[in-house]
Write a protein that binds this ligand. Sequence first.
Ligand code: RM4
Ligand code: MN
Ligand code: MN
Length: 427
Amino acid sequence: MRIDKEQLKEHNQQGLAEHQRLFGFLAESLDKKGVDVNQVMHQLHQLQVAIPSWALGAGGTRFGRFAMGGEPGTLEQKIDDIGMLKALTQATSSVSLHIPWDIPSNAEAIKNQATELGIKFDAVNSNTFQDQQDQSHSYKFGSLADNDCMVREQAINHNLEVIKYGEILGSKSITVWLADGASFPGQNNFKRAFRNTESSLHKIYEGLPVDWKMLIEYKPYEPNFYSTVIQDWGTSLMLAESCGEQAYTLVDLGHHLPNTNIEQIVATLIMRGRLGGFHFNDSKYGDDDLTCGSIKPYQLFLICSEIIGGMQDNDSGNPALEWMIDASHNLKDPLEDLIQSLEAIRVAYAQALIVDREALYEAQMSKDVSRCQEILQDAYRTDLRPLLAEVRRLNGGALNPMDSYRKMDVREKLITERGKNVVATGL
Ligand code: RM4
Ligand code: MN
Ligand code: MN
């Protein structure tokens, strides 16, 4: 299914007068504060966040999975869904594939379809946390870290194969997330597990094309509950540095123990030039994979603020970041959830863009703690949604994506087209 552009224009027309009133007022107040509104709008448009191929269907928990209706049953349908998200939000223009959940069996056809919709292929993700049919060795006790060299070899080869798929499609990075770890003390030798992982990653790195990045994701627990081999950013950074210049740390917002200061991690990694990218989501307790900005929007803003500050003062040459949503949708319509996530990331990013950094620097230097807080919160408490809407409108998107999505009865039409009980691949 495709979004009807004429219908979209009609919806925008209906809301236009009120939008212009709100945007005019906002632009004037920002201008008075010395914000370059056009520049902010330009930077916002540049912020394109990839959609993971596994987030377009209903997610589940280990207690169950409830069908959504109209889920995409094929990779083609997933790309169609991302095409709709793009048409509505103009905030996404790429897909991140998880192999083997989404093997591009007819790569040429998939590429053509994606190009037609203006969609590119973002990082490819390997999967050595589940066993596949006809697989010779099990990943039950580990993959790249496993004690058995046959298991490690199989996992390395899988990653190399994923790179091959990515090359055909035009991806430029591979994200490696490992479930490897232990659920009980004594189960693993920490040093051996680390060393095995390190040498396996080196072998994958050797197969990395010269213009590619390897993104190493960390996570403190789950599915192993006593220890995880790549448990935190420090471990990921050690591994990235040991692999070489094309290896980076990837921060998934849900992969931290409660109350971790993620914004500080971001600043530290940029300082070392090793922040590769993000998996955006939100969480209350752990890897909850909830809608971005739904639980801790202020934290999301603080993270964006460190990204912007860090990339402005980029003396370590940190490359441009890769942005992706990594959420799971148990209750909401996945497309609505993704619309909300895309909006939340842009809101936080826009707020971070208008932080008065010179004033913040002066307040920091003069040890004016209250003023530092005022400056950050002044930006955070500015309602920038009309500005986001204007960016969308100028680029052919919807003034209000959620509203248009509902008025167009997209989900109902998808159910008619695809049926009630299709199950999309993914978790
Ligand atoms: C993991 C991690 C990975 C994602 C899988 C599905 O917790 O976030 O990035 O690929 O889940
Ligand atoms: Mn992730
Ligand atoms: Mn996760």
